[in-house]
Structure formats: C-alpha cells, structure tokens
Design a protein around this ligand. Structure first.
Ligand SMILES: C[S@@+](CC[C@H](N)C(=O)[O-])C[C@H]1O[C@@H](n2cnc3c(N)ncnc32)[C@H](O)[C@@H]1O
Length: 423
C-alpha cells in the first residue's frame, strides 16, 4: 500500500499551532533577509540576523529608534515605504514580517510562500512557514554553544527555560566537554583550587573543570571535586609533597604542552593561587611560547586563607597595615622586622627552627605573637600559637606537619586561639 500524498506540491498543509517543525541552524552570512515592518519586534529579530552576518533590508515607512540607528550606521538597508508586493521579496532567503497589521503580514507570508521563501510571520503565533526558537549563546571554556528552546507555542516559557539553562551552564552544572578531539591545538587553564575545601574553588575554576578532557592535579589541590567529573576525564596526578616529588616541574610543564598540543582541553588544578609560590608563571610562559591558548584562573591563596582559618586577618587596623608572603626556602635577610607588619611563611615546617633564629638574629622581638595553622580549611585543621621565640619548641612538641602556614606579627592576637592560650 502506498501512502497518500496529503497535498499538491506548492500547496502545503496549513501549519498547526502545535507544529514544532524541524530545528535548523540557518547560515545567513551574506544572504539577503527582507523584514517588513519597522517596530520593536523587527528590531529584536534584526539584531540576531545581523549577528549571524545576514544582509538585512527593512521595508517600512517609519523605523523605531534602534532600527533607525542601525540604518544610519549602514548596518541595514532601509526602504522607507509600505510593502508593495512580491517584487519586494525577490532574492530573499528568508522573510520576516511584523507590521502589526494582520492582513499585511498575511499577504507578505502568502507572497513568500508563492516564491518558496521561508517566512516568519510575527502576528501568526508561530504558524508561518518558519519559527524562531528562543536561544542564547553561552561561552564555555571549551568554546561557545547555543541553547535553543521551542516553547510549544509559548515564547515566554521558552525564554524562561533558555535563561535558566544558560544559568545552569554558567554554574558548571553540565558537562560541556567537546566530544571531539580538536584538530589543532587545545587549551590550558591554570586553575587555583584554593586551600583544600572544595567550597573555596571559584566558579570560574569549576566551569573550567567541567570543560576539561584532562586534569593535571597537584597534591594540595581540592581533590574531592575530581569525583564529580565524568569518568572519561583523564586525571594525571603530579602530586608533589615535600621530599617526594611525583613528577618534576619540567615534566609537569611538558605534560601540559603535550596534552594541549594533542588537541585536548587541559586544566592544571593547583592548590591555592597559581601565581603565589605555585610556579604558574613559568608554566604560562612555556605555554605562551608554544602558542597554546592559556587562561589563568586565580584561586584563594593559603597565604591569606590559612591565617584566616584560624581567625587571623593578615592586616588589621591598628595592628598591621601590610603583610609579606615568603617562601621558607628563601633568604630572610630583607624581611620587614616590625611586629606591625605581618609575615606569612609557606613551605616552612621543616625549616621552622632556622626561620625563627634568623628572625631573632635580625632583630625581631622575641615576644612577637606567632602561629602555625596546619591543614587550613581541611579535615584536621589545627592552630598552634606561641611567642616567636618559643614557637619551634612548642610546634615540634605537638608534632606540627605540612601543609601549614606560619604567621608572625601582632595580628595573631586577634585569633581566638591566642586569647585561649593566655592565662
Ligand atoms: C608550593 S606552596 C603553594 C602555595 C599555593 N600556591 C597557595 O597560593 O596557597 C605549598 C605551601 O602552601 C601552604 N599551604 C597550602 N595549602 C595549605 C593548607 N590547606 N593549609 C596550610 N598551608 C597550606 C603550605 O605552606 C604549603 O607548604
């Protein structure tokens, strides 16, 4: 049995209100689009047509403000008169009619139909030969995408859904990885993961993770977040701990170059901030030199969040108006010697004794309040406070371990731990 053809060619069945049609991405660059009507609806659509590079002509005796501005700027051609007939539509790939007069719009739609050009009829409630989906472009670290929704005859419902889907994408709720390996080079994001609590990873950092094919992760990064990534995401653990370097820095940088060079999107997930004693600068320079697109996403540094976890502000009115962050591996000769200038040492546990003796020899007041905050914003956080001169003995007595920040200065007195330690 053969199916009966419902209509003659050239006389399609009338569109139904619930007809959702076929979703197409029309490539209108350099193609003529004729818009009849010069009001706000036309202006909204013309904006989109111009965005995608269409050659727009607007036929209308008058134009609203936005269309006037576009016409004056030469971005569209304005024919300042009423619609006269099919000749106005000659050569158009797409027609849009929104005159506000139902009979005129119906005439334009019928003329377009006769010449087999798709027509969006704004007054026909989506029942022209073409419909516009509510849509929005969302830029993700893995490249732009467009979310489009057909509201089933309810454009406001569609617009609401598009807005909430775009917000979800921006919040990193969806896996936006490209499923195809890029033909050329990929990208790298150097992401500061914060001190360890996943809640202190930035939204931008999380978005980058949701777009990554490969994650190269440090020991002190917030590793719990990795459990929420799809299983296909490759995790490369380069976790360095003091005295146990799983991978040398040069090899880590080579890994980034190799993976991104092979077309993958790579997140380098670090503890704290990539640019605070995190070797992010070196990694970036190398990637730049290789022509690999690289983005640095700042993180919450343990140099500030570590003391803060113990209730110590690195500056405090009347107690300190500046602070210095120091790698404990560096020379301490030139650090400020005042109690009202906060010193924060990273990577200092194994050198605590020598740090303190160097400070005291350099003239630091032995009574300067000092603290060590271990595992800040992590399970097992612990704070030890003491006068500077007593800190090594007390800290080693309680078995202080990495990771920890050492804070020296009057700001330590703001911490509840300081008050609790005083008789
Ligand atoms: C190689 S540095 C990296 C610093 C990192 N880029 C930052 O901005 O926090 C590692 C040192 O940061 C400090 N650190 C990192 N996370 C910490 C945490 N959760 N608690 C205390 N100190 C931490 C420790 O001093 C550790 O030895």
């Amino acid at each position: 049995m053969t199916a009966e053809v419902a209509s003659r060619p050239g006389a399609p069945a009338p569109a139904r209100a619930d007809d959702m049609g076929l979703d197409l991405g029309l490539l209108l660059r350099g193609r003529r689009v004729v818009c009849v009507g010069g009001g706000a609806v036309t202006a909204r659509r013309v904006r989109r047509f111009l965005e995608v590079g269409a050659l727009v002509e607007v036929i209308s005796p008058v134009l609203g403000d936005e269309l006037s501005t576009l016409a004056a700027a030469g971005q569209l051609v304005w024919t300042p008169r009423r619609y006269v007939g099919p000749a106005d539509l000659a050569g158009a790939w797409l027609v849009h009619t929104a005159t506000g007069v139902t009979t005129v719009d119906a005439t334009v739609a019928a003329d377009a139909e006769a010449q087999r050009t798709f027509c969006i009829d704004a007054t026909a409630g989506g029942r022209g030969s073409a419909q516009v989906l509510s849509s929005r472009r969302v830029d993700t670290p893995a490249g732009p995408i467009r979310v489009a929704v057909h509201g089933g005859g309810d454009p406001r419902r569609a617009a609401g859904l598009v807005a909430s889907m775009a917000a979800d994408l921006a919040a990193g709720l969806h896996d936006v990885r490209s499923r195809r390996r890029r033909a050329g080079v990929g990208w790298v994001a150097l992401v500061g993961g914060g001190p360890g609590d996943p809640g202190l990873l930035t939204l931008a950092g999380w978005q980058a993770l949701r777009a990554a094919d490969v994650v190269v992760v440090d020991r002190l990064a917030p590793r719990e977040v990795l459990a929420d990534l799809p299983p296909e995401v490759r995790i490369i653990d380069v976790g360095k701990s003091p005295g146990n370097h799983l991978m040398r820095q040069e090899d880590i940088t080579e890994t980034l170059v190799r993976e991104a060079g092979a077309g993958w999107g790579v997140v380098r997930l670090k503890g704290g901030d990539p640019y605070v004693l995190g070797r992010g600068g070196e990694e970036r320079q190398r990637l730049d030199a290789e022509g690999i697109p690289v983005r640095v996403i700042p993180g919450v540094t343990s140099a500030i969040a570590g003391p803060a976890a113990a209730g110590i502000p690195v500056t405090h009115r009347g107690l300190a108006d500046g602070f210095t962050v120091i790698s404990a591996h560096d020379e301490l000769g030139s650090v400020p010697r005042r109690r009202d200038h906060t010193l924060v040492f990273l990577m200092g546990v194994s050198r605590l004794g020598s740090i303190v003796s160097t400070l005291l020899e350099g003239g630091h007041d032995p009574d300067t309040p000092a603290a060590i905050v271990e595992r800040a914003h992590r399970q097992g956080q612990r704070t030890t406070v003491a006068r500077l001169a007593d800190l090594p003995a007390i800290a080693y007595g309680v078995g202080v371990e990495n990771p920890a920040v050492i804070v020296v200065g009057d700001v330590v007195t703001v911490s509840p731990h300081w008050g609790a330690s005083r008789p």
